[in-house]
Write a protein that binds this ligand. Structure first.
Ligand SMILES: [Zn+2]
Length: 221
């Protein structure tokens, strides 16, 4: 990287990457006095040019109110823009915001998908958080499945809501059969009798058809 002075010159000349790098220096106090509000100013200049990492970092500062007035909704919007560009760090941060309802309504299913995606792209720490949240959701899902009558095979847009018969319930609890998205919508993924991965639209044991229902509602008495 260039020295502090020429980096600042390039940033002043409007180079988005230099503006971003200078923002990072002010954020962490590298070669310059730590100054989050100056960091936010440089990030904003780069973000205005559509520079994705700067959009993300500006969003993080605005969401937390570091160096700027806090505005979690605006922060989430900016981080979401960077996540739409498949920025792994933005996906990670947006995942945690969805999990904790910061600037967004809580949506732990969206959260776990974003964290898993960030982990897949190698973002440090994402795998641990993805696994942690997946464990929580799996435990809750299993508790829900066990508490509901085993009558109908019900799926929401993101998970299994109820099982149709004992063998299916066992497969779901053991995660031998899992929720998936198919061309025709929510479906189940499991092994057929030959051990091949197969997408099921109906229960291979009792023949019950999948019913699509809203998530996390109480369906029975
Ligand atoms: Zn069944």
């Amino acid at each position: 990287m260039a020295t502090g002075i020429s980096l600042e010159q390039a940033a002043r000349d409007g180079d988005a990457d230099s503006q971003f790098q200078l923002g990072v220096q002010y954020l962490y106090g590298t070669d310059v006095p730590k100054d989050p509000s100056k960091a936010a100013e440089w990030f904003r200049l780069a973000a205005d040019q559509g520079y994705v990492p700067a959009i993300r970092e500006l969003g993080i500062l605005i969401a937390s109110g570091e160096g700027v007035d806090p505005d979690p909704e605006e922060g989430a919007r900016l981080i979401g823009r960077a996540a739409d560009e498949l920025d792994p760090s933005a996906m990670y941060h947006l995942g945690l915001m969805f999990e904790n309802g910061i600037g967004l309504p809580v949506d732990r299913q969206k959260a776990v998908r974003l964290l898993a995606y960030a982990a897949m792209m190698g973002f440090p720490g994402a795998e641990v958080d993805a696994q942690r949240l997946d464990d929580i959701l799996t435990e809750e899902r299993n508790r829900k499945l066990k508490s509901r009558p085993v009558i109908k095979l019900m799926l929401s847009d993101v998970d299994v809501e109820a099982a149709c018969c004992g063998p299916m319930l066992e497969d779901l609890l053991a995660q031998r059969t899992v929720f998936t998205e198919s061309e025709s919508g929510p479906a189940l993924l499991g092994e057929d009798k030959f051990g091949m991965d197969t997408v099921f639209q109906e229960c291979p044991y009792c023949g019950a058809r999948i019913q699509i229902v809203p998530r996390d509602k109480e369906y029975f008495g």
